[in-house]
Design a protein around this ligand. Structure first.
Ligand code: AMP
Length: 277
């Protein structure tokens, strides 16, 4: 997804490969030929350190990793992908009424910093067992009484006989930058962000074209506000118009139903590649 957003922002690498092929080919750094940017492919856990040290000027990383590594970074833009939550889970048959049940218990996690802050806030003393992966198996192998890990769909918890009991934080991928960028780098970053925002915005919107009877145009235009206002073009058939507009993905089905109820016909919905407002 990180690579996809760069590609959609028009970033192409000097050897003619796109970022994902370059990564598959085992290259860990690549220069863009059509934008003043060098891409470093790093482990997520290392990105905050590289950006704080100024080795990289900016990065794309999960908020969970920023809070865990506790580095001085500027979160410039939420990117809307990689959404997950950092949660505590216990075996599904365990009694659990509140976090206090974990007093004196062992919790396995790859996020000891965030977890210990949370336990401190809740005034719960527990032993944190730091593991680097496969956290969900810890209770079944007797390593811990509970776990604290990232949850997305919840299927990994389910398959390991666990139930989610506390959400500690919600996270998604964010664009971060160092705090001491010079004027030139800040200007480049601004340009890149402008492109990323356009890509991000287009993902949340759809272009809609429909035919409407002229007497229903007023009500249909109210349902379809668009970027400014809908475009209306007369059809060859008298008494009908073609209406074009942009609609929000989240309200998509609700809007389509209202349009149909108000006489819209031949509704076409088209994805938007970029959206500059
Ligand atoms: P799920 O079964 O969809 O709840 O996913 C849980 C597994 O995927 C766990 O092992 C998590 O560590 C990992 N995971 C879920 N979401 C993310 C994310 N946004 N970034 C990295 N790992 C994740």
């Amino acid at each position: 997804m990180k690579l996809k957003i760069l590609r959609e922002a028009g970033i192409e690498l000097s050897n003619g490969m796109n970022p994902s092929t370059s990564l598959r080919a085992g290259k860990l750094r690549a220069e863009a030929y059509n934008f003043p940017l060098e891409v470093l492919f790093l482990r997520d856990d290392d990105i905050p350190q590289y950006v704080e040290d100024g080795v990289a000027d900016a990065g794309i990383v999960g908020e969970n990793i920023i809070y865990e590594t506790n580095k001085k970074l500027k979160v410039v833009e939420k990117l809307g992908f990689g959404k997950c939550r950092l949660s505590i889970a216990v075996p599904k048959n365990a009694e659990y009424k509140s976090i206090k049940e974990l007093r004196g218990k062992k919790i396995a996690t790859s996020y000891p910093v965030i977890l210990s802050k949370y336990l401190k806030k809740k005034k719960v003393e527990a032993k944190i067992e730091t593991v680097s992966g496969s956290v969900e198996i810890a209770p079944s192998v007797g390593l811990a009484d509970a776990i604290c890990d990232l949850v997305s769909s919840g299927s990994t918890l389910f398959m390991n006989g666990l139930k989610e009991t506390e959400v500690i934080m919600r996270s998604e991928a964010v664009f971060v930058s160092g705090t001491k960028l010079d004027k030139e780098k800040s200007a480049i970053l601004k340009k890149l962000l402008f492109r990323i925002k356009a890509v991000k915005k287009s993902r949340h919107n759809k272009y809609v074209l429909l035919n409407a009877p002229n007497e229903k145009l007023d009500v249909i235009c109210k349902i379809l506000p668009g970027m400014k206002s809908p475009t209306i073009l007369p059809l060859a058939e008298k008494g009908w118009s073609s209406v074009h507009s942009v609609i929000d993905e989240e309200k998509f089905w609700e809007i389509i139903e209202q349009l149909k109820d108000n006489g819209a016909q031949g509704i076409l919905v088209v994805p938007i590649e970029k959206m500059i407002v």
